[in-house]
Design a protein around this ligand. Sequence first.
Ligand SMILES: NC(=O)c1ccc[n+]([C@@H]2O[C@H](COP(=O)([O-])OP(=O)(O)OC[C@H]3O[C@@H](n4cnc5c(N)ncnc54)[C@H](OP(=O)(O)O)[C@@H]3O)[C@@H](O)[C@H]2O)c1
Length: 304
Amino acid sequence: MRILVTGASGLLGLNLCLGKWDRHTLVGVDRGKLHGTPFELLHTNLTAPGAIPRLIESSRPDAIIHTAANANIDSCESDPEGARLLNGEIPGLLAEAAANASIRFLHISTDAVFDGTKDSHYTEEDAPNPLSIYARTKLLGEQNVLSANPQAIVARVNFFGWSLSGTRSLSEFFYNKLSAGEPCNGFTDVYFCPMFVSDLAAILIRMLERGLAGLYHAVGSEALSKYEFGRRIAHQFGFDESLIIPQSVEESGLKARRSHNLRLSTHKLSTDLGIAIPDVSTGIAKFYTQYQQGYPQKMRSYQQ
Ligand SMILES: NC(=O)c1ccc[n+]([C@@H]2O[C@H](COP(=O)([O-])OP(=O)(O)OC[C@H]3O[C@@H](n4cnc5c(N)ncnc54)[C@H](OP(=O)(O)O)[C@@H]3O)[C@@H](O)[C@H]2O)c1
């Protein structure tokens, strides 16, 4: 398959495009941040007038993985209209254009669509109730995608890994602080199911290969608090775990409201793909292996 990946300079998009895919060719779409990448690159601002039909016409893919978004929860609070356009409207327009051209479409959404009041894992059947502008606009994106293109896949994700800026992921936040010997906060009252980004990339490709359609939870198999996640990163890298200060998210001063429970069930995904979903411990070990192999530096050499 020739697979177009939007958001190629982003945490998920870049790791997807840098993956080794024997049977597929990945083509990245960015806004001009990248150069010299080992994959084909197209430059497009998705919100520019006429950009979507031009992109589809010029790239002629078999499938699209749409990762581009305003994924910064607090910046969405300051720009609700921009967030609505990029996270809510653009996905629907892309999904419609893909359906009209018989191109498979996989849209990336978020675990944050839930308010966190359930005391167990959320399934695809549970009703979302977004708490922030980011989450509201991402839910709108899901709805627009599935109404324009019922054969599309919508994957609600949560992931960690190395990024172009070195600051995009929670794993990098802990790495940056702890490697500098600086104290940092870890939320004890936010539970989530993070998946290593390269594991997620492989799962997304498999979802396309298997011809899945509809809504899926594509997160890690294990739930833990953000504090515990930080401790596991510290342990893996041999950093001082006591630098991580347990804190409540309610005391954090963050702008947007956050859910306390982002545990998502992966039962449907695991059943339909016929695989075990990767856990966070093996993901953190792979994150460390990439560090030892100089992957973060290699990745940053592609920045203009
Ligand atoms: N990170 C997480 O743990 C997490 C959790 C749940 C869901 N998600 C979802 O996963 C997806 C990927 O997130 P991420 O963390 O990889 O995001 P990211 O690192 O912030 O990357 C966002 C990407 O979107 C691109 N973009 C923004 N505006 C654009 C526009 N107008 N036209 C074209 N491209 C544009 C950015 O390009 P520039 O580099 O040029 O700005 C960048 O490549 C998003 O849909 C997000 O909502 C992420």
